[in-house]
Design a protein around this ligand. Structure first.
Ligand code: NAP
Length: 505
């Protein structure tokens, strides 16, 4: 069994006391253990502030971009090893594990490419300068500078590589040192990535630390210059947001949480058309990829009443050929859920949804491992708009006239996908659902190579209001703002121009 270690204050620490066991979710075989007991978390954060921050800031944007490229290269060189860890520890099929690892590498490279465009100045300008008085000399300019604290990243279990990389890429490029805490149950992938970075001496001392095991009092050590980016359940997010030191020190917090993502089929879409087939394909992919354990997965399938029966039958037919099994076997199309508690939660969630099971069953599959079949619920109760069931589960909901109202009752989501070619319907629906979402995906069969609504792209923002946590990550240069302080400079125009000498993000 592998003993996972935290990397803090420049060295590896196995922790003390009782250890948590990480298993293979397909076989329940123990794989590794982790403990954060005995790790001095306050000292780790101080180490980042004193060593990592100054070293990163001294490098400038292009220098930091080169570091991101080096991390991506190291991951690329060990890609197969990382994919195999995702299969063993995450219950991922090979394709699921590639989605995670390649998504991580792609995001690091996207930010590495952005870096040289930001110039070499110590600060970024934010928007145009503004003439403040009658004379053009009296001038204002907003600028952005890296915060002097540490970026603490707390990640969910479902994307151990991408979750680590998408946060680290942005923070490191902005010039903030990172302390990353992967979810314990699937920490082997992030642990190996951290080992690669440390073994390759890629980053300056203190620029990246890793905490494996329980978070303990980590959040309580955060102060006014630190930031916290959290991804996980809404319940944990709520708890963290309300912690006294977070409130007292106005710690900047970004929360990425639950989401009841909807896919809407327009009333113009005829069964068997290319648009209809695309819609079916993307619903099935979202239900089964990573066994539905994607924050962006379609949970509510909203179709016109006139085609609901046909959609139900077609989805059931497509789900019937999805082979559920050990992801180590090549013919498997869907692996298990990540943990016993995820399986129990998903099964209980299906009972709470009510309605009728149009496909699948909430009974566990097999006697070992955390397997569940894909499940399509028809006519669920109102709870479908209130509770995310995190697994291969979606609900079919029929509308008569106003799908946007149904979508909005989910109270805030990461992504809503709309499939229609009726411009009037698109105009009205986009305008109505946009305030409730961070992203709207407009499905179209002529868009080649689209990865579908479930894939988060580094160029576009990821996050959403309300239930989705109210956060925003990525979005190309937009993502940097979380790690930078915006300051208004007010004074003589030539003086300000000399100070900034900078490019806009
Ligand atoms: P979780 O139980 O909330 O855990 C998330 C992370 O928080 C883990 O690293 C966990 O550590 C840590 N944590 C737990 N209690 C904490 C505390 N008191 N202080 C600091 N950290 C704490 O969520 P999960 O089960 O891993 O993830 C599933 C959920 O994440 C789903 O609801 C999914 O929708 C959501 N998700 C959202 C996004 C998004 O971008 N919006 C992306 C992926 C997943 P331990 O593992 O050590 O307990």
């Amino acid at each position: 069994m592998i003993e996972l270690r935290s990397y803090v204050c420049g060295s590896w620490s196995a922790g003390t006391g009782a250890r948590q066991t990480l298993v293979n979710p397909a076989t329940e075989a123990p794989l590794a253990s982790a403990s954060s007991e005995g790790v001095d978390l306050g000292a780790a954060l101080q180490y980042a502030r004193e060593k990592g921050g100054p070293a990163l800031r001294a490098l400038g944007f292009a220098g930091r971009g080169a570091l991101l490229r080096a991390i991506a290269d190291a991951m690329q060189s060990s890609r197969d090893e990382l994919i195999n860890l995702g299969i063993a520890n995450g219950g991922n099929t090979r394709s699921d594990a590639k989605f995670d690892v390649d998504g991580a590498i792609g995001t690091l490279l996207a930010y590495a490419e952005l870096a040289p465009t930001l110039g070499e100045a110590r600060m970024l300008t934010d928007g145009e300068g503004i003439q403040l008085g009658r004379s053009p000399r009296f001038h204002g300019q907003h600028v952005l500078t890296p915060r002097r604290g540490v970026a603490v990243h707390v990640n969910a279990f479902n994307f151990p590589a991408w979750g680590f990389a998408e946060k680290a890429a942005v923070a490191l490029l902005a010039g903030m040192p990172v302390l990353s805490k992967p979810a314990t149950s699937s920490a082997m992938v992030a642990h190996r990535i951290a080992e690669l970075i440390v073994e390759g001496k890629i980053l300056p001392d203190g620029a990246l630390q890793l905490l494996v095991g329980r978070p303990r009092d980590l959040i309580e050590h955060l102060g006014a210059q630190d930031v916290l980016a959290f991804t996980g359940s809404g319940d944990t997010g709520e708890l963290i947001r309300a912690m006294p030191n977070i409130i007292k020190h106005s710690v900047r917090v970004n929360i990425e949480a639950d989401s009841l993502n909807a896919a809407v089929l327009g009333p113009d879409v005829e069964p068997r058309s290319d648009m209809y087939e695309l819609f079916l394909k993307e619903v099935v992919r979202d239900m089964t990829q990573k066994a539905g354990q994607k924050c962006t997965a379609i949970r509510r399938v909203i179709v016109h009443g006139g085609v609901a029966e046909e959609v139900r039958n077609d989805l059931a037919e497509l789900l019937a050929v999805v082979k559920v099994g050990d992801p180590a076997e090549e013919e498997t199309k869907m692996g298990p859920l990540a943990t016993a508690s995820q399986l129990a939660d998903a099964r209980e969630g299906v009972q709470r949804l009510g309605g009728k099971l149009a496909f699948g069953s909430a009974a566990p599959v097999g006697s070992k491992g955390f397997f569940l079949s894909p499940i399509l619920v028809e006519g669920p109760g109102a709870v479908v708009h209130e509770r995310e069931v995190f697994g291969p589960i979606a609900s079919l909901i029929a509308y008569k006239e106003d799908p946007a109202r149904i979508v909005a009752s989910g109270n805030g989501g990461l992504v809503c996908s709309i499939y229609s070619e009726d411009q009037e319907f698109l105009d009205a629906t986009v305008a109505e659902v946009a305030p409730f979402h961070g992203r709207i995906y407009l499905g179209h069969p002529k868009v080649e190579l689209s990865p579908g609504p479930g894939t988060v792209l580094p160029q576009l923002v990821h996050g959403g209001p309300g239930r989705a946590g109210g956060g925003e990550e990525l979005g190309g240069p937009r993502g940097l703002a979380f790690y930078l302080q915006r300051t208004a400079l007010e004074g003589s125009r030539p003086v300000i121009a000399k100070i900034t000498g900078a490019k806009q993000p």
